[in-house]
Design a protein around this ligand. Structure first.
Ligand code: GLN
Length: 303
């Protein structure tokens, strides 16, 4: 069999394996996995078709076998590959951070759209994980300084790698509980973005959180700390922001479906400014904003 035919066969077999395990876009993922297996031998890890004349060595075959096994068991693709595309970036990802969600990407787009004509001097990303949200916004506002904070030191390690790659010279990250360690905002107008853990622990028990998320993604990024529920955690966050003053370019958060009314009321009470709820493309309430935010002319906003 020619190397081309062998390659096609392996691609087909890999896709069939993934499809059988219920992976949705099995052919694309099979291509991604093979491309990743080849990454050490000059094939770029993403984009376009795999060249016709590739061949996997024995180590690469072992890697691929192991990767297929993990994927079949529900491990997110980003953890297997060690990176994911996000916004216009390529981010390092490990099981210490969430696999960035499309809605988080959408939130980054909303934040950027809201800042048209008002470039922020700084961006603070609270509960930064991989840094995806803050780095996406910072990739558009290239003069802005990015400050990222997370309670998890393992997450910060990932964030620092991404910060050095995508916001070199204007990036700082530190370990902390929300904004507890911040005494004042940096100079100038800034924006705060946050994807805090907003899944109630009860939702993991009653099956409202997908089993593979619960099994593979970091609990610290999903659930409020033990002893707090979502309202308590967000209440503490809003009080932190109120102590520092609502930032001039506003405050943006990702929230869970069904949390819009309670969290916007909580934000309004703590911050003393109106808070609004933004809908994602599927029409679900997934974003919360407060402060001097210009609402884009977009029907997906309420409040
Ligand atoms: N969107 C994630 C999920 O539903 C949760 C992320 C978070 O709590 N910040 O799996």
């Amino acid at each position: 069999m020619s190397p081309e035919a062998q390659g096609r066969l392996l691609l087909k077999e890999t896709a069939a394996c993934l499809e059988k395990a219920g992976v949705q876009d099995s052919r694309r993922e099979a291509r991604d996995l093979i491309r990743q297996a080849l990454a050490g031998s000059g094939v770029p890890p993403r984009g376009g078709d795999i060249p016709g004349d590739w061949n996997l060595g024995s180590t690469q075959r072992e890697w691929l076998k192991d990767a297929i096994q993990k994927r079949v068991c529900g491990v997110p693709m980003a953890y297997i590959a060690g990176w994911t595309p996000f916004f216009n970036l390529e981010l390092e990802i490990s099981p210490a951070v969430l696999d960035p969600r499309p809605e988080t990407e959408e939130l980054a787009e909303r934040v950027v759209a809201s800042l048209t004509g008002a470039a922020p001097a700084w961006i603070v990303d609270v509960g930064c994980g991989s840094g995806c949200l803050g780095l996406a916004v910072a990739s558009v506002f290239r003069e802005a300084k990015l400050f990222a904070v997370d309670i998890s030191s393992a997450a910060l390690e990932v964030c620092r790698h991404n910060g050095v790659r995508w916001a070199a010279g204007r990036f700082a990250a530190w370990q902390g509980d929300l904004l507890g360690a911040v005494r004042r905002w940096p100079a100038g107008a800034g924006v705060v973005v946050a994807n805090l853990p907003y899944v109630e622990r009860g939702d993991a028990i009653n099956g409202r959180l997908a089993a593979n998320v619960l099994e593979h993604e970091p609990a610290t990024a999903l659930f409020p700390p033990v002893g707090e529920d979502v309202n308590a955690l967000f209440g503490r966050f809003f009080r932190d922001v109120a102590r520092l003053g609502v930032p001039q370019c506003g405050l943006w958060l990702e929230i869970g479906e069904g949390q819009g009314a309670s969290l916007s009321a909580l934000a309004g009470d703590s911050l003393g400014v109106a808070a609004g709820v933004g809908l994602d493309r599927a029409g679900r309430e997934r974003f919360l904003f407060a402060g001097c935010v210009q609402k884009p002319a977009n029907a997906g906003f309420t409040g």
